[in-house]
Ligand binder design. Structure first.
Ligand code: ADP
Ligand code: F6P
Length: 324
């Protein structure tokens, strides 16, 4: 059991994700409802070290639930991996009377959160990343919006691909994780999905499938390529040369990280933000809020970071089967 918390801080860290604002709003209002004070820490751990700390009340989070991005801004702060820097951060928290922190971010941010918890600052993590790559949870804030944004964009590329009877390689985000690619592959009815977790680099096999698809009467050939594999433009040139089929590359990029959060992202982020504060108010620390098997739960941070997650093989197989 950790110490009683009177003032909490909230920060967003790592890549932003639509729905983070809903989580911030929920943290602030749940805390105020429980009689706690709330301080917003700007620009993640970098802002904490710079003491960019603001008082927040219920009105500080008015009109933000429907905006993408994060009103607290976000940053990557490599020096936060150093133990002495973490100690400085914990000292800064104490100086500002912050005895609990909600960290909204991804795996990297949670490693930092675990360090703060070990230094006596009660810390709770909330999973925020469009990549869905946090092992302990079936939901991360922003994935639903990102995947819907990508799906709509890919539909548009599909129209023109069909009209011109072209092959299209569409690159979606996911440096290490192929969840956006997998979901778009199914939702957009792609002929092929290249996932960082699965792609073996066999471009000839890909080319053979494109030729077979054309022979079977397919007008277009949509290939969803995850950012972690990349090289979409050069791949398109090689495919065109090998197949004789006009091939274009489209890189969707950062548009997937912005925009109005979906209903699901607003609702789940709100629930997770509120749960994080409930954990702090109950004297808990070093926990991550998660959504598993249809329920909101929480895990020890170090145990959660040890967990492994992989693309569900059955879903990948279904995506391949349906593309025939
Ligand atoms: P994400 O949280 O989305 O995974 P990053 O991996 O970039 O994004 O991590 C965000 C920030 O978390 C880093 O810039 C750094 O400040 C902090 N962080 C990452 N790894 C560690 C670590 N091992 N120890 C302490 N802090 C870390
Ligand atoms: O937020 C996750 C993510 O979009 C990854 O898919 C991507 O690899 C990474 O962030 C890129 O982030 P940045 O370019 O901001 O470092």
């Amino acid at each position: 059991m950790a110490n009683e918390v009177k003032t909490i801080g909230v920060l967003t860290s790592g890549g932003d994700a639509p729905g983070m604002n809903a989580a911030i709003r929920a943290v602030v209002r749940t805390a105020i409802n429980k009689g706690l004070k709330v301080k917003g820490i700007m620009r993640g751990y970098a802002g904490l070290l710079q003491e960019e700390i603001i008082d927040m009340d219920s009105r500080s989070v008015s009109n933000i639930i429907y905006h993408g991005g994060t009103i607290l801004y976000t940053a990557r702060c490599l020096e936060f991996k150093e133990p002495e820097v973490q100690q400085t951060a914990a000292d800064i928290c104490r100086k500002h009377g912050i005895d609990g922190i909600v960290v909204i971010g991804g795996d990297g941010s949670f490693r930092g959160a675990g360090k703060l918890a070990a230094l006596g600052i009660n810390t709770i993590g909330v999973p925020g990343t469009i990549d869905l790559d946090i092992a302990c949870t079936d939901y991360t804030i922003g994935f639903d919006t990102a995947v819907n944004t990508a799906m709509e964009a890919i539909d548009k590329v599909r129209d023109t691909s069909t009209s011109h009877e072209r092959c299209s390689i569409i690159e979606v985000m996911g440096r290490n994780a192929g969840y956006i690619a997998l979901w778009c592959g199914i939702a957009n009815g792609a002929e092929d999905i290249l996932l960082p977790e699965r792609y073996n680099g066999d471009e000839q096999a890909l080319i053979n499938r494109i030729i077979a698809n054309r022979k079977s009467g397919k007008k277009h050939n949509i290939i969803i390529n995850a950012e972690g594999i990349g090289h979409s433009s050069s791949m398109a040139r090689r495919i065109e040369a090998a197949t004789g089929i006009e091939t274009r590359a489209t890189i969707l990029g950062y548009m997937q990280r912005g925009g109005t959060p979906t209903c699901k992202d607003r609702v789940y982020a709100s629930i997770m933000g509120a749960k994080a504060v409930e954990l702090l108010a109950d004297g808990k620390s070093n926990r991550l809020v998660a959504y598993k098997h249809g329920e909101f739960v929480d895990f020890d941070i170090q145990e959660a970071l040890q967990m492994k997650k992989d693309i569900p093989e059955d879903q990948y197989a279904i995506a391949q089967l349906l593309s025939k």
